[in-house]
Design a protein around this ligand. Structure first.
Ligand code: UD1
Ligand code: CA
Length: 452
């Protein structure tokens, strides 16, 4: 049998007032990625031929975020939020000629897994209409999946419209509904708003399909996957679930974590096997960590590539544009930004290295600062291979310290330094023998006189 392709509709209209935010609900982020994009990521596993996102008229920001991520998505505006069924009716005209299954998901359920969607796709290969259900610990508020005497699903009853007996059912609607393209126009056309909410319910397509003798099926998924995010508390619950999954995945891939619940990943963090991550590490977007690296406690890392066997922290901050080659050492209280640090170089303590290139095996002493900003522009600092920068030096960019050069500690370097040269720029030291003793005696005497 040939595989029936699908089109996907993600419903994202409505303000989400319970978030109490000026930002659209589905733009709130989980692991640094807007919820609606998580939903779009999950459906990729279905290899959909069409992806349609339904938004409200005032949601240009959502449109921008979605199209910026994936310009193959089509945006449909639902003029008024008259219900999930109405939202799908607004899309109907785009799908009249579509010869495949239509799968509808909600934009505010960001934890649906690719595996569950694939199982659903299998169900839809052999059914006219399908739904993903789950067993709810507390089913209050959810639509209930009603079964007929033969065990087949015959309807979804929304909580408000359900009888006392139906409310006892704990098998609930996740919101994912599928329809064969051949039946889609008829099912969608037949929806009415004759219910407790006065809304067009998408869920009514199940009862309509059953009454037309169509084949209706359901699969079950974990309640965790269908957590709907309507409030900031639910957003943080979803984040916790996402992070736990990411931690488990990292450990399965060979990453060692001492205290996994204290490590936070971004949606795109890549960590290779045999990396050790100590407690309390936060990964922002765009991080790649090569195998054998150690990330010590309390590091904050974003937009950084970390080479093999590198050692970072404790208490290091790597900002966007950081590229660390193999075996680089970045120690405590070091900040690095937009800088390439070559193989085996060391920045061990209390330094700021920004807009810089550091050669292989260079040694940057404690308290070194690249003065990269003049109040208007950023400038480059170049430090050559095997160069040695003495502690507490300021390198005023643009400046170049050639291979093998030394910078005396405490220097303020404003001019380029030649290969293998020594640059010192600080007040010359003067020693005055006996000065301290004389000073002390004089002051002790004065103090005594004052007391008398
Ligand atoms: C819905 C289901 C319910 C299910 C529950 C799971 C219906 C009628 N009910 O209820 O069976 O158990 O989700 O969480 O489908 N939306 C639009 N346009 C609209 C209305 C909603 O795009 O006019 C979008 C919302 O942005 C949201 C989604 O559809 O992403 C769900 O809408 P919501 O009003 O939250 O439905 P529930 O009452 O939670
Ligand atoms: Ca909801």
């Amino acid at each position: 049998m040939t595989h029936i392709p699908c089109a996907v509709i993600i419903l994202a209209a409505g303000k989400g007032t319970r978030m109490k935010s000026t930002k659209a609900k589905i733009l709130h982020e989980i692991a640094g990625r807007p919820m609606v994009l998580h939903a779009l990521d999950a459906v990729e596993s279905l290899n959909p031929q069409k992806k349609i996102v339904v938004v409200s008229p005032d949601m240009d920001d959502v449109t921008r975020v979605v199209l910026n991520d994936d310009d193959t998505v089509e945006i449909v505006v639902q003029p008024k939020t008259l219900g999930t069924g109405h939202a799908v009716q607004c899309v109907a005209e785009k799908l009249v000629k579509f010869n495949g299954n239509i799968v509808v998901l909600f934009g505010d359920t960001p934890l649906m897994t690719a595996q569950t969607l694939q199982r659903f796709d299998e169900l839809m290969q052999a059914h006219d209409v399908g739904v993903i259900g789950f067993r709810a610990d507390d089913p209050t508020g959810y639509g209930r999946l009603i079964r007929g005497d033969d065990g087949n699903i015959t309807a979804i009853r929304e909580h408000k419209d359900a009888s006392a007996g139906e409310r006892e059912i704990d098998f609930c609607n996740s919101g994912v509904v599928g329809m064969a393209g051949k039946d889609f126009p008829v099912l969608i056309e037949a929806l009415s708003n004759d219910n407790a909410n006065g809304e067009y319910y998408l869920t009514d397509v199940i009862e309509i399909a059953a009454s037309l003798g169509l084949k209706v099926g359901a699969i079950e998924c974990d309640e965790e996957e269908v957590l709907g995010v309507n409030t900031k508390t639910q957003l943080s619950n979803a984040e916790t679930i996402y992070q736990n999954r990411a931690r488990a995945r990292a450990m399965e891939n060979g990453v060692q974590m001492v205290a996994p619940t204290t490590v936070y990943f971004s949606h795109d963090t890549v960590i290779k096997p045999d990396v050790i991550i100590e407690p309390n590490v936060v990964f922002g977007p765009g991080v790649f960590v090569s195998s054998g690296a150690t990330i010590r406690a309390f590091c904050h890392i974003e937009g950084a590539l970390i080479g093999k066997n590198a050692s970072i922290g404790p208490y290091a901050r790597l900002r966007p544009g950081t590229v660390l080659s193999d075996a680089v050492k970045v120690g405590n209280f070091v900040e690095i930004k937009n800088a390439e640090i070559s193989k085996g170089a060391k920045v061990n303590h209390l330094s700021y290295v920004g807009d810089a290139k550091v050669g292989a095996h260079a040694n940057i002493g404690a308290g070194t600062i690249t003065c990269n900003y003049d109040g208007f522009n950023k400038h480059l600092t170049e430090i050559g291979e095997g160069a040695f920068i003495g502690s507490n030096s300021s390198l005023v960019a643009p400046v170049r310290i050639a291979d093998g050069a030394y910078v005396g500690s405490g220097s303020v370097i404003t001019k380029d330094v030649n290969r293998d040269a020594l640059a010192i720029s600080r007040g010359k030291q003067k020693n005055i023998d006996g000065w301290a003793k004389t000073y002390r005696c004089k002051n002790v005497k004065n103090k005594k006189t004052a007391k008398d």
